[in-house]
Design a protein around this ligand. Structure first.
Ligand code: HSE
Length: 305
């Protein structure tokens, strides 16, 4: 076997309060990637849907991780990657991570699964470096492990899977682009101790809520006093969407990754559908094109087809 197809799913990084340390894998949307093992060194990147992806592997979020993998392998082989990009770059739903994670999981499969999941995260982080200038694993780790993950540390990597009760996810992608690099640039580099205390109380509360199946605690803990007040200014309608979604039955939510997508968690499918209507109503009224997704947590991560 020298070729494989994978589904590389979208992810929600941060989960509101856990900037750079928490992430969740989604059942949809997902990219579709075909990866072929080559007998000669090199990485070839092609876009199936015509989306203008960088073709220089070192500048491509799928290519850079594969280059790192090949360098560690030290063998004269290569990969061809054909990407059908369903998760739009700059959406905040883990587009760059899907390309990076999909590429390394597929390549590892073709190599006979010689690398661990942690190795794959290590390689895939090179893709995030290309995309945002920083190695953050809160999209990569859930994309590879599935479910909800805590990245306790990046150097050295320490990834913890967090069990959670059934949750329904509604996300809206308003068609404005927010580059992760820009959304990181605007953040304050220092925080007040009182804000830090509130934030780590929420992170601990959210993780405890997931592990104890305590929906009320999950809802109370979906609060971000550090990042959201700054980044939400880049997303028209954010405050209104959040307030109305909670009134419509969502447990809570906020900015997905670095935005502009907004996500909400709900206890049941009916609430998730009501939340979708609210999102559509607000963005239609303020005149911003948008896509919505109603989905659930993907427990598997990148899937070999
Ligand atoms: N944790 C990262 C950020 C995720 O918020 O900048 C980017 O998707």
């Amino acid at each position: 076997m020298n070729q494989v197809t994978v589904h590389a799913p979208g992810t929600v990084a941060n989960l509101v309060c856990g900037f750079d340390v928490l992430g969740m894998c989604l059942d949809k949307p997902y990219d579709i990637m075909d990866v072929r093992l080559l007998n000669a060194p090199g990485i070839i990147i092609t876009s199936r849907d015509g989306f203008p992806l960088p073709t220089d592997p070192a500048q491509n979020t799928a290519g850079a991780p594969l280059l790192a993998m090949l360098e560690e392998l030290g063998q004269p082989i290569g990969f061809e990657v054909i990407i059908d990009k369903k998760i739009k770059p700059g959406s905040g739903i883990g587009s760059s991570a899907a390309s990076a994670a999909g590429a390394v999981v597929a390549a590892n499969h073709l190599l006979g699964n010689i690398f661990t999941k942690e190795d794959l995260v290590r390689f895939a982080l090179f893709g995030e470096k290309v995309a945002s200038g920083v190695k953050h694993a809160d999209n990569i780790a859930p994309c590879i492990y599935g479910g909800i993950t805590l990245i306790r540390s990046i150097f050295p990597l320490d990834i913890v899977s967090i069990p959670a009760p059934p949750l329904h996810v509604t996300a809206v992608h308003p068609q404005i682009e927010v580059r992760t690099a820009d959304a990181r640039q605007i953040l304050r580099k220092q925080v007040l101790l009182k804000d830090a205390i509130r934030q780590w109380g929420n992170i601990a509360g959210l993780v405890a809520g997931f592990m104890k199946n305590d929906y009320d605690l999950i809802g109370r803990s979906l609060e971000d006093v550090l990042i959201e007040p700054v980044r939400s200014m880049l997303i028209p309608g954010f405050d209104e969407v959040k307030t109305k979604c909670k009134a419509a039955g969502a447990l809570g939510g906020g900015i997905s990754g670095s935005g502009p997508s907004i996500f909400m968690l709900s206890k049941d499918a009916a609430a998730a559908t009501e939340v979708e209507k609210v999102m559509q109503e607000v963005f239609t009224r303020i005149g911003i094109d948008h896509h919505t997704y109603v989905t659930t947590i993907n427990q598997q991560g990148v899937k070999i087809i």
